[in-house]
Design a protein around this ligand. Sequence first.
Ligand code: ADP
Ligand code: MG
Length: 705
Amino acid sequence: MSKVFNVEEIFGKNVFTLGKMKERLPKNVYKEVVKVMNEGGELSKATANVVAKEMKDWAVENGATHYTHWFQPLTGITAEKHDAFVAHPDEEGKMLTEFSGKELIKGEPDASSFPSGGLRATFEARGYTAWDITSPAFLKESGCGTILCIPTAFCSYTGEALDKKTPLLRSMEALSEQALRIVRLFGNTEATKVTASVGPEQEYFLVDKDLYMRRTDLMFAGRTLFGAPAPKGQEMEDHYFGVIRERVGAYMKDLNEELWKLGVTAKTQHNEVAPAQHELAPIYETANIAVDHNQLVMEAMKRVAIRHGMRCLLHEKPYAGVNGSGKHNNWSITTDNGVNLLDPGDTPNRNIQFLLVLACIMKAVDTHADLLRQSASDVGNDHRLGANEAPPAIISIFLGEQLEDVVDQLIETGEATSVKEGGRLRTGVKTLPDFKKDATDRNRTSPFAFTGNKFEFRMVGSADSIASPNTTLNAIVAEAFCEAADRLEQVEQKDLELAIHDLIKEYMAEHQRIIFNGNGYADEWVEEAARRGLPNIKSMIEAASTLTTDKAVRLFEKFRIFTRVELQSREEIIYETYAKTINIEALAMIDMAGKQIIPAVVKYSKCLADTVNAVKEAGADPVVQLELLLKVNARLAAMQTALRRLEEVEEEASAMTDAKAQAFFYKDTVKAAMEELRAPADELEMIVDKKVWPIPTYGELMYEI
Ligand code: ADP
Ligand code: MG
């Protein structure tokens, strides 16, 4: 019988929650912790020591032997180096475990092998980790036993960010500060903080472990590099929201349990569009915690899959020809007195505030469409964006019919006097329409869609950290808020309402081109977007240089989110990462083609040739056998030529020293050679005897689970 568990009992069991701190810490210490959490600043040494001791005692009571400063380097995943709670034994040889406030707050993992894009050579080799007190410490249970994980930011000695968390925290502060200026204009004096909330919907594939182990490409590149389509793909749409298979169900159950213990509110689970594709969505939470938790979700997905004899594929495009995986990043901004700035609300005051916020977001997204697109790029996502399944690579905003109509009216006349579907206005204030909740119909093809009280940024890749998209979103919106506030704060109270209307009208008119409610997959949209002057950046490496334009540097430096040097280092890392990834893919293909596929086909062609001869000898005409032999032989020759070519360009690529040039060479030349090698191999798969085909097929990978 399966284990019975109670969600209420296990939820947050492995988290050093505020509740646990309240129970364990002296009142004044607890108060100081809460104050620093809410207002920033540093814990006093004495307080830090008390917190550290209690945290350690709690961890040890729950089986922990080690602690780690858990951080998020620019590899996009998390890193940890474990330190045992051991100290010098006393004279009698007794061990008293130790963990000081200093160890809690600051670490020196060195970690000089993480990508720094040249930063650490320029500055200082050491990397430091600093506790992010707003994200709770937790216990990770794995093969290593139980480890106390302390979420941290990772910086160089001189303070340059070497991770994804530092800029995110900086962007959250910037957004809070600027958003407060906006709500103050509307008389909100209570709010002291504005928080970005995020709910990421995580898509993933599962595959049987034994089949996975027989695919070099899946093992090393996380995606298939060869593979003819299965007879059945996703065309029947019978997998989407379908009944969850037993084995997958058992996996989901286990996964949920792990996540709940870690305080992750795993909420929704379902089958996705492609066979063997699934989704998990948690309840939204503060951006930095959501980022940490999404990393835990991805880790747990992989770990639990192993326990169930499967592997979890987080790659954006594990299989050609069926949907890939993304991660819709739902984002909203809320004051600490409970007002969601993206909720149109039903009071006039909120309405106009909402319209101003909306106008600012339109301005932000239009002005920095390039940066937003960049923030959602990773190597795997190049296979999705613009490839007719995921959102296009062009950024646009979907508002829904009702809201778009309001925007149109505001632009035309400066007033919105009616609301579509919602009937006449209730407020009696001409310029302030009531919005009907959920009047936004769903538009699945939009990369940035308003969905009732949040924006859903749908470009993000399934394997990617959500730190960058949220850092960028926070930053660009903070800038628009700042510019609006700079102007409106100059206006006298009696003229304020009019000034706000004027500003809304001005921003909306100026940035209307970013609104698109139509079909984002259509070719006409690509043309229309070009006419509107919207950027259409096709790949991750083409997007990289958007980080270092004057516009971007101005934005990020103004809000102290990135320095120019940090941005340059990040651009560099993108080129390096891209080149390394495609290099691995190319090598995996060379390996599979040379050691598995070609030898198998050579054997098979011999078998065909023998058959041709045998049939001839027996006095019959081997017409079919011969036709097949010729077909196979032609493709075999094509494969061999393409393999040679790939080997050549791969060698040329790996010898290149300029990171940017190398990345582009991988994209334009190596990838083309990879496609040339794949095409004849996939054709061969369709005509060669299944028994001799050396690697599991798409049909097996996607259906045998
Ligand atoms: P759908 O598939 O229809 O987009 P889901 O329920 O799968 O919806 O996911 C919606 C996600 O949006 C969830 O993670 C949810 O918590 C999150 N979400 C809901 N409201 C907000 C909000 N105000 N801010 C941020 N995220 C939100
Ligand atoms: Mg969604």
